[in-house]
Design a protein around this ligand. Structure first.
Ligand SMILES: *[C@@H]1O[C@H](CO)[C@@H](O)[C@H](O)[C@H]1NC(C)=O
Ligand SMILES: *[C@@H]1O[C@H](CO)[C@@H](O)[C@H](O)[C@H]1NC(C)=O
Ligand SMILES: *[C@@H]1O[C@H](CO)[C@@H](O)[C@H](O)[C@H]1NC(C)=O
Length: 463
């Protein structure tokens, strides 16, 4: 049966002549692994989809020099300004919600009662007042502490004050706590992170709990106990802090791809892997690279925490951050993290199962990534079936950046995409069913392993 695909420069049906490209080269590339079933997870009702918001660290660091750099120092004014812009520039309307303080907000000493106090010059109205302001904008307020004697930048850490600080944060109406792991013993974390989570819970105020527990343990050579981490944290860091460069983004992509069998099953509604902030709109990423970060973070079901100066961001980067279709992939209610299903010669394909689901057939978000640096777009040609999409009724396929849809494609349809160097083509393929047949299985439902990518020929051809 012929498929009526709207012709487009980036995706089209392959023509018969091009079939000569095919070479039999049998390789079974990857298998989807089932979501961990029956784990007990932190149930504080929060972040059923990955949190979205703005976080100071990557872009603004520990700049405390408000005298010489009043507009960029870590201060009350910076967070109020960003909260204003998250609303006025349309970020809140697409889902960005949390305004998160990171390190360097504290005085160097606790007060005489042992309570944390913000730097008096930079946060002259106190944290409760800042929190009220953020809430007045319809947003949520996040704060930072560290499971150690000091924060990473040398401010007072939480050891000895776990309950005190939980109560302080609750009294400031904090909605989100990031607990870093500098100046602590990674072995103490298996006890300490749950203990602070217990005190957060005991305050009665729902607060998202962001942990750095696994990454510090991995650095010290330990194997993190992910069943315990899932049980006590809403999100956690697995790998290095992101820096303002493509090399940094690539190292994170590789880490998540190379370790996906361990990492992916831990994600689900209320508990997420955190590959760190979005650096889109800063200095280090090109336009193509920025699109790649956004696409892959959505595949990874990652928290979308922008760390960028919203006063000066250029419109094309803002548009990437506000791409509703890609945000919808990130926020898919099934909460299943995607995987790298193909990697060869600098070409990668990543796929994430999403809604709608029909019988045992998932819909998918698919990212074709070109990691090559030979400066011309690369072609990737693949059938829908080779991507693991086997529903005979077909899939409604659209491009999430180009805003083009290709109609319904059946599994035997061969598609070809052109991917720019360090860029991405991101598609969404929805199982083609009538609305009343749609099923939304409960989150955490196990989906059975199956071969997703059985290619019997090269899918990428060097020019
Ligand atoms: C924190 O400080 C206490 C008291 O000085 C000390 O006993 C403990 O070893 C320190 N912990 C770390 C992780 O450095
Ligand atoms: C505290 O934990 C209980 C049990 O998991 C949960 O039902 C409750 O919602 C939690 N409360 C807060 C404020 O996190
Ligand atoms: C990991 O944590 C779980 C849940 O807290 C616990 O039951 C289990 O014994 C721990 N496993 C190891 C190897 O410590």
């Amino acid at each position: 049966m012929p498929h009526s695909v709207k012709r487009h420069r980036r995706l089209r049906n392959i023509t018969p002549e091009e079939k000569s490209e095919e070479r039999m080269d049998i390789s079974v590339l990857c298998i989807f692994i089932s979501v961990v079933a029956g784990v007990s997870a932190l149930e504080n009702g929060l972040v059923r989809t990955p949190p979205m918001g703005w976080l100071a660290w990557e872009r603004f660091r520990c700049n405390t020099d408000c005298k010489n750099d009043p507009d960029n120092c870590i201060s009350d004014k910076l967070f109020r300004t960003m909260a204003d812009l998250v609303v006025s520039e349309g970020y809140a309307a697409v889902g960005y919600e949390y305004i998160n303080v990171d390190d360097c907000w504290l005085e160097k000493e606790r007060d005489f009662n042992g309570q944390l106090q913000p730097d008096a010059l930079r946060f002259p109205y106190g944290m409760r007042d800042l929190s009220n302001y953020v809430h007045s904008k319809g947003l949520k307020f996040g704060i930072y502490q560290d499971f150690g004697n000091y924060t990473c930048a040398g401010y007072p850490g939480i050891l000895g004050y776990l309950q005190t600080d939980a109560l302080t944060f609750a009294s400031w109406e904090v909605d989100y706590v990031k607990l870093d792991g500098c100046y602590s013993h990674p072995r103490d974390m298996d006890r300490g992170y749950p203990e602070f989570g217990y005190y957060l819970n005991q305050t009665g105020r729902p607060m998202v709990y962001s942990c750095s527990w696994p990454v510090y343990q991995i650095y010290s050579g330990m194997q993190p106990n992910f069943s315990s981490i899932i049980e006590h944290c809403n999100l956690w860091r697995n790998f290095d802090d992101i820096q303002d460069s493509w090399a940094s983004v690539e190292s994170i992509i590789d880490y998540y791809g190379n370790n996906q069998d361990v990492i992916v099953p831990n994600a689900g509604p209320g508990h997420w892997n955190d590959p760190d902030m979005l650096i889109i709109g800063n200095f280090g990423l090109s336009y193509e690279q920025s699109k790649t970060q956004m696409a892959l973070w959505a595949i990874l079901a990652a928290p979308l925490l922008m760390s960028v100066d919203l006063r000066t961001i250029r419109p094309e980067y803002k548009a990437i951050l506000q791409n509703r279709k890609i945000i919808a992939v990130d926020q898919d209610p099934l909460g299943i993290q995607g995987r790298r299903i193909y990697k060869k010669n600098g070409i990668e394909i990543w796929a994430r199962p999403i809604t709608p689901v029909y019988q045992s057939y998932f819909s998918y978000a698919i990212a074709f990534v070109n990691r090559r640096t030979d400066g011309t777009p690369s072609d990737i040609a693949v059938t829908i079936l080779e991507l693991g999409l086997a529903f005979r009724g077909g899939y409604f396929v659209e491009d999430l950046y180009e805003d083009v849809s290709y109609g319904v494609l059946t599994p035997d349809t061969k598609i070809k995409v052109k991917v720019n160097p360090s860029g991405v083509v991101m598609l969404r393929a929805d199982v083609q069913i009538s609305y009343k047949e749609r099923q939304f299985p409960p989150p955490q439902s196990v989906y059975r392993p199956y071969d997703i990518f059985q290619v019997t020929r090269p899918i990428f051809k060097k020019k």
